[in-house]
Design a protein around this ligand. Structure first.
Ligand code: XMP
Length: 533
């Protein structure tokens, strides 16, 4: 976490926790952040740094208790690909190489890696062939364990000092160990949920092998983040856009704790919010937290800028630009501001740009990340940038935010605009707001709200023929979507019973003028995304 530096005056817990730092060296894998998440879950503070920034001075200064080398898209057989900084393998702390990280370690220590005839992508079976402290309490000798693989190359010759401790069909050295130098490597990905016991393996690495005690908690994160915000902001002024969602609320309360009256919260009513949302936010923040809040009605500006626009990426960029216009106007009214705070989360980052500037594909420009215009005069401050949603909820709990707010389903920054396919107009927003309210109302009434990660309605750019009473209708189609997920990175369609869906569909068609047909989206993520645009 870039923004989580130790500060003077930290508590004892904080000092102990920070003495156990794990360095994660990023070679560009899509799932590097999951390694960090698993390490944090085991109570150990960690930071991710790109491989090209890690040299001997960096390692000495960072003083890690252990180092993890991530996977990556390159091939070790390509001599121009990234290499492990020499300082790492020589520094004497335990090192775990994952996938590309394992192959690099092997190649750099005198072993060999070759292109495989059989590539392994997805589920594979790992056969445990020798005891290893990585496996303690997780994988038994001779057992076959499901793991998740994603590789073409594999290790073919081990460097001196290593032994093979597990094999798979496509990887003769699927897990390797050099207990004397405390160097370990795995071809599979222990950080993903598809390796069911992978978290235990990582915990074995940080706790058993590296000797970490696991004292790091969200309380320590809070202290570090508050310290880092104070240091960065100094005597500057910060404006924070509040949407009423979990992320912006946690960001605002954290900033308020750090900088008090230097924080100015603004609720921008984009005209793209859900029913009753603006009023709820004002009630909570001004009423409950006593955090002053400017309520700015900017619906005309947003809907005006979106007129005639149907392309999803253009919508996102326009909304990002309009937000900045509004924030800059509000900053001007305050007599100037230096920073704009946003509740950007890791999944927003990874799907917009690579978190550390490395190579990862852009899926969509999340408005609070890739959608921001270049010309912005405010520096960005994003204290949650490397957290996942459930970690943000845990931080919110730590900060004392009410459960009802923390349990709210995520709602995207660009709001209903990315759920209205085709042109976004005030009339279509009103229709969708009504559909959405009915769907959520029924979900709450059925006691299902907390089982669902996110439920949403989408208005399609279609008209279909229907019959109501004795008349023909020719109205729009609403799609309903509800998913389960743990982090928004992958998701499954929620399995409502048919009677529930039929009841919701009937209410929508009867109560919402302009919608005559309702469908339910069964697509998982991947291949679908959660939002439709
Ligand atoms: P997708 O649609 O990419 O969404 O599967 C993953 C999660 O991110 C939310 N989302 C956003 N959140 N700004 C946000 O703050 C955005 O621009 C944005 N777009 C999508 C989405 O609702 C889901 O929870």
């Amino acid at each position: 976490m870039d923004n989580a530096q130790p500060r003077s005056g930290s508590s004892v817990v904080d000092a102990e926790a920070l003495a156990e730092r794990v360095l994660i060296v990023d070679f560009g894998s899509q799932v590097t952040q999951l390694i960090a998440r698993r390490v944090r879950e085991s109570g150990v503070y960690c930071e991710i740094h790109p491989y090209h920034k890690v040299d001997a001075a960096f390692v000495a200064n960072f003083a890690p208790k252990a180092i993890i080398l991530s996977g990556g898209p390159a091939s070790v057989t390509d001599e121009t690909g990234p290499r492990t900084p020499a300082a790492i393998l020589a520094c004497g702390v335990p090192v775990l190489g994952i996938c590309y990280g394992q192959q690099l370690m092997v190649e750099q220590l005198g072993g060999a890696v070759e292109k495989g005839r059989t590539r392994e992508f997805g589920r594979a079976l790992l056969e445990i062939v020798d005891d290893c402290p990585l496996f303690a309490g997780a994988f038994a000798l001779s057992s076959r364990e499901p793991v998740w693989m994603s590789h073409g190359d594999h290790v073919s010759i081990l460097p001196a000092g290593f032994r093979s401790v597990a094999v798979s069909a496509g990887a003769p050295f699927a897990a390797i160990a050099d207990d004397v130098r405390r160097l370990y490597g795995v071809q599979f990905h222990p950080e993903v949920v598809h390796t069911p016991r992978g978290a235990e393996l990582l915990r074995n690495f940080t706790h058993r092998i590296a000797g970490c005690g696991g004292a790091w908690t969200m309380a320590a994160f809070r202290e570090q983040a508050v310290g880092a915000i104070r240091e960065r902001v100094g005597s500057g002024r910060v404006i924070c856009g509040l949407s009423g969602g979990v992320d912006s609320s946690v960001t605002a309360v954290l900033l308020h704790e750090a900088i008090g009256e230097q924080l100015h919260c603004i609720l921008v009513d984009t005209g793209l919010m859900r029913a009753g949302e603006a009023e709820e936010v004002v009630g909570l923040f001004s009423g409950h937290y006593n955090i002053p809040l400017v309520h700015r009605d900017a619906a005309d500006a947003f809907l005006g800028a979106l007129e005639g626009v149907t392309d999803p990426e253009r919508k996102r960029k326009i909304i990002g630009a309009t937000f900045i216009d509004v924030f800059e106007e509000e900053a001007h009214k305050l007599g100037g501001a230096d920073f704009l705070a946003q509740g950007t989360l890791y999944p927003d980052v990874v799907e917009s740009v690579s978190v550390h500037g490395g190579p990862s594909a852009t899926i969509k420009s999340h408005h609070n990340v890739g959608g921001l215009p270049e010309r912005m005069n405010l520096a960005l401050i994003e204290p949650l940038r490397e957290l996942f949603k459930d970690e943000v909820r845990a931080l919110g709990r730590e900060l004392g935010l009410p459960e009802a707010l923390l349990g709210r389903h995520p709602f995207p920054g660009p709001g209903l605009a990315v759920r209205i396919l085709g042109e976004v107009t005030a009339a279509r927003c009103a229709i969708l707001r009504h559909v959405d309210a009915i769907f959520l109302d029924e979900i709450r009434a059925a006691g299902l709200y907390d089982e669902i990660w996110q439920a949403l309605a989408v208005l399609l750019p279609l008209h279909t023929v229907g019959v109501m009473g004795d008349s023909r209708t020719y109205d729009q189609v609403a799609a309903l979507r509800a998913v389960t997920s743990t982090d928004g990175m992958t998701a499954d369609s929620f399995a409502f019973d048919h009677a529930f869906l039929a009841r919701v569909a009937s209410r929508i068609v009867n109560e919402v003028h302009g919608v005559s047909r309702v469908v339910y989206d069964l697509t998982s993520k991947p291949p679908g995304t959660i939002e439709w645009e």
